[in-house]
Design a protein around this ligand. Sequence first.
Ligand code: ZN
Length: 301
Amino acid sequence: MKRTIIRTIAASMLALGLTGPLQAEEPLSYTNEIAPGVYSFGGGNGYHSMFLVTDDGVAVFETVSSAHGEKLIAAIGEVTDQPIKYALHSHNHWDHSSGGKVFQDAGAETVMHAQAAAWLAANPGMDTSPPDIVWDGNQDDITLGGVTIEQHYLGLNHGLGMIVYVIPEKRVGYIADLVTPNRVMFSIVPDFNIGEWERTLGEILELDFDVAVCSHNELPADQVPNGCTKTHVEEEKQFIVDVRNAIFAEFQKGTPAFEIPGVINLPQYAHWAHYDDWLEINALRVMLDLWMGPYPWTPEG
Ligand SMILES: [Zn+2]
């Protein structure tokens, strides 16, 4: 049955804002060693973090919120007595960058790209705190216990100051929001530049990792703790191409613009999470992007 876009958006907002977790069936909280000294962590709330344990302390990837952070700190304590030295924020959005103070109180320094820090200074959230270390440019590496953490700023794609992390010697990465295995695009595709997102995914495929922790992961529950792979990066990229091509074909057929989202079907993705409730609003967003030109966009890129 065809749903109206407004009803679908309302349902998405309800799922996001009022009920908290985005998934009906939440995997339980977990900690899983995905490479020697590198652990994935799920908060049971639809958000997945990562931490690296070295002989000189621990680095945390993605604080999410104070509640998530407290559970994460407890999970780290189950694995090691090493102190938490760094807590890395992937990008500006409140639902990822909150909870820093929990880690600062635990003795860690929080780290963020300058673009994300500038946005958060102007738009502080209820659970955000100013970062201790702010860096600018395209790459900045941290060495902890002799292990190098690469921080890659790959330009405009989603939000501001979005960082993809790679620990080359572990062949592990951390990717927020840009790759969501087994799920269509997020709801109304907020704050994504579609074309730059696709470009970024191509660049992520060139980075030095085999396995990554993805902040959101809709793989079967028994696979979630193992993270995502470059196959999932390729699938995300292909989904963008397939949605855009389907919309472009409707434009060429002369389908009126606002009828296009309702006629887009991509049955090869029907098994992905939120296919039924989000594909139409995904298509509305991508259609507008093709119609208006890419957005959002900044001169800084
Ligand atoms: Zn985001």
